[in-house]
Write a new protein. Structure first.
Lengths: 355, 288
């Protein structure tokens, strides 16, 4: 295991940033910590890097305990959201820094440093910018310099704190695909922090969802999206529609839909559905409702349906264009709504908003 | 991008500045500089010219004048150098650590600005006098402060400290902590972080603070005359010598010394500016 933490706790005054966090990342994996701002994900990353000390718990890097190890000796590469480049140095000197500050006996020769830096600049496609200052570069270029700088010291693990957070959408997408390719080519172990579920799902092998200083769920992107462990995760990783439901005698009643067997305590239940799992049929096929509005949104058709007896805003169903064309509806139509998939969570559990 | 626009079809005109009022504000700047700085300075030169070259050389090469000039520039330089270190330290403590009396200490730094310099001089003399609290201790070690060049340095350190602190402090505050953390993760030790990351960032401000403290020290009068003892050839500063000449109605001689001080100060400040510009370009390299 490349990165492992156990029982990590950290508080800032009265605020509990991390509450008994434990997980591990397998060697060679690219893992993402996903969570809303303030959930403790950056603090966790900084504790792994040694930039912050935990109040309790232990950190292991490459199977060795590193809890007490100073930052400089942890051999972690750290990439900051706002790049944290050395403004008074050229791109070349930025990348060379980690090698240049080594004690004399471990320091590579000047020629070796030069060769290494040039190799890294080629890797991040910035050979032409070697003599420039960070302020003369675009955001995407700066983050690539930061990455090259972190890789120069050949870290055992690479930690990235919202590495694409400060970039435009387009650059961000480009850069995250590029990071994935780089990861596959170089086989280091990486852990990155993000609040963007699309980013986590696109880049990572495994995802840890955090909320309020705790890990809510860990798994592959599919597992997290298809089988969210908590209502919070369901709400955080994708659009979530909530319908009133209750359970009695081991049977779940979702509105007027036929009851289904669902063991559990009696009482109110939070039933949540993804917009793509709404099925619109003729009257009598499901929960009756009235179509409020129909919109084409790229390859999807959004249909707003106000359920009879439903509380709050209309539900927005998202149908692929072909499926919509097979059974088109218009505003004012009365339809029957079914849910091809849904998940039920205890009503008292926290979550829902959060993000 | 400009090439895309059909620029050539427009009649040529003077380029419009984005910020308005350039002409007016520059005009006022020159007017004020002339009234406040340049005209009085020119007056010094014209007054000095009354002496004629030979008399001028005679006045400024007299041993007493040379000693006073050397003392003024020497003590100002030593004090500014000391303040560069001490000021950096104070600024560092004020920006890096949070302690109960931080705001109070922060306010104390400005006190030398506000205090009448004569009061500072009298207070320092009282403290460092052989029977004063600090003077007694130093006296036991065989160090005399009052009525020696060391006393002048002590006064100039007191007067010059806020210049360095107030120049360096905002730069330290602006310094991104993540940049230092990045250096740490790359394997740099605390001393390397300071030498390679922090110091290059504050260096221009530190130089400016040094230059200001130095310039202030050269011209300082009020605090120094109380503690210096003002013995000719030993502890008499150039500004005091100017006043002495004025009191003897030797106006031209007084301005002659002033001219020499002005020219040396100007050259030194220019040199510091050049060093600053040079270091900003040069001090950046690490690997090469």
């Amino acid at each position: 295991m490349s990165i492992a933490v156990e029982g990590i706790r950290k508080r800032f005054g009265d605020y509990v940033a991390l509450d008994d966090v434990a997980f591990e990342v397998q060697t060679g994996q690219l893992a993402a910590i996903l969570g809303p701002s303030g959930c403790g994900k950056t603090t966790l990353l900084r504790i792994i890097a040694g930039l912050e000390t935990p109040d309790a718990g232990r950190v292991f890097l490459q199977g060795r305990e590193a809890t007490e190890l100073p930052v400089a000796r942890r051999r972690v590469g750290f990439v900051f959201q706002h790049y944290a480049l050395f403004k008074h140095m050229t791109v070349f000197d930025n990348v060379a820094f980690g090698l240049a500050v080594r004690p004399r006996r471990d320091r590579p020769s000047r020629a070796t440093i030069r060769a290494k830096v040039e190799e890294l600049l080629a890797l991040v496609q910035l050979e032409a910018e070697a003599g420039r200052r960070p302020t003369q570069l675009s955001g995407g270029q700066r983050q690539r310099v930061a990455l090259a700088r972190a890789l120069a010291v050949e870290p055992e693990v690479l930690l990235l704190d919202e590495p694409f957070g400060a970039l435009d959408t387009q650059v961000r997408q480009e850069l995250r695909r590029w990071l994935r390719r780089l990861h596959d080519a170089l086989h280091f172990t990486s852990l990155f922090v993000t609040h963007d579920q699309a980013e986590a799902f696109e880049v990572a092998d495994s995802v840890l969802v955090m909320s309020r200083g705790r890990i809510e769920q860990r798994g592959t992107p599919e597992e997290v999206y298809d089988a969210p462990a908590t209502a919070f995760v369901h709400g955080f990783v994708g659009t979530t529609l909530e319908v009133p439901a209750f359970r009695s005698g081991g049977q779940l009643a979702i509105g007027p839909l036929p009851r289904v067997a669902d063991p559990g305590p009696d009482g109110e239940v939070r039933v949540v559905v993804r917009p793509e799992d709404l099925v619109l049929g003729g009257v009598g096929t499901g929960w009756p409702g009235r179509v409020v509005r129909v919109r084409m949104v790229g390859p999807l058709v959004h249909v707003d349906v106000a359920l009879d007896g439903g509380t709050g805003d209309p539900l927005v169903a998202e149908l692929p264009v072909e499926r919509y064309r097979a059974g088109p509806v218009a505003a004012g139509d009365v339809v029957g709504v079914r849910f091809s998939r849904y998940r039920a969570y205890p009503a008292n559990a926290h979550g829902g908003g959060g993000g | 991008m400009a090439a895309v626009l059909p620029v050539a079809t427009f009649p040529a005109r003077t380029p419009r500045r984005v910020l308005p009022g350039f002409g007016l504000s520059l005009g006022y700047t020159i007017l004020y500089l002339s009234l406040i700085v340049l005209i009085p300075l020119v007056a010094i030169f014209t007054k000095t010219a009354e002496l004629g070259w030979d008399r001028f050389v005679h006045v400024i090469s007299s041993p007493r004048v040379v000693a006073a000039l050397a003392l003024s520039f020497g003590t100002a330089g030593v004090a500014a150098l000391f303040n560069a270190f001490a000021g950096l330290l104070v600024a560092w403590v004020l920006t890096r650590y949070d302690f109960p009396a931080r705001r109070l200490v922060d306010a104390l730094v400005d006190l030398p600005f506000a205090l009448p310099t004569a009061v500072a001089g009298i207070a320092l003399t009282a403290v460092y006098a052989p029977n004063g609290p600090l003077g007694r201790l130093l006296g036991a070690l065989g160090i005399t402060v009052v009525y020696t060049p060391l006393g002048i340095v002590a006064a100039l350190v007191f007067i010059g400290l806020p210049f360095v602190v107030r120049m360096v402090q905002p730069v330290l505050e602006e310094l991104d902590r993540e940049v230092e953390e990045a250096a740490r993760t790359l394997g740099a030790g605390p001393r390397q972080v300071f030498a390679r990351i922090v110091l290059p960032a504050v260096w221009p401000a530190l130089l400016t603070g040094f230059a200001l403290a130095f310039a202030r020290g050269i011209g300082e009068y009020g605090s120094v005359i109380f503690i210096a003892g003002n013995m000719p050839m030993r502890s008499e500063i150039a500004p005091l010598l100017i006043v002495t000449k004025l009191e003897q109605y030797e106006y031209a001689s007084a301005t002659a010394i002033a001219v020499v001080m002005l020219v040396i100060s100007f050259v030194l400040l220019l040199a510091i500016n050049a060093l600053q510009a040079w270091s900003q370009r040069r001090l950046s390299g690490t690997a090469r």
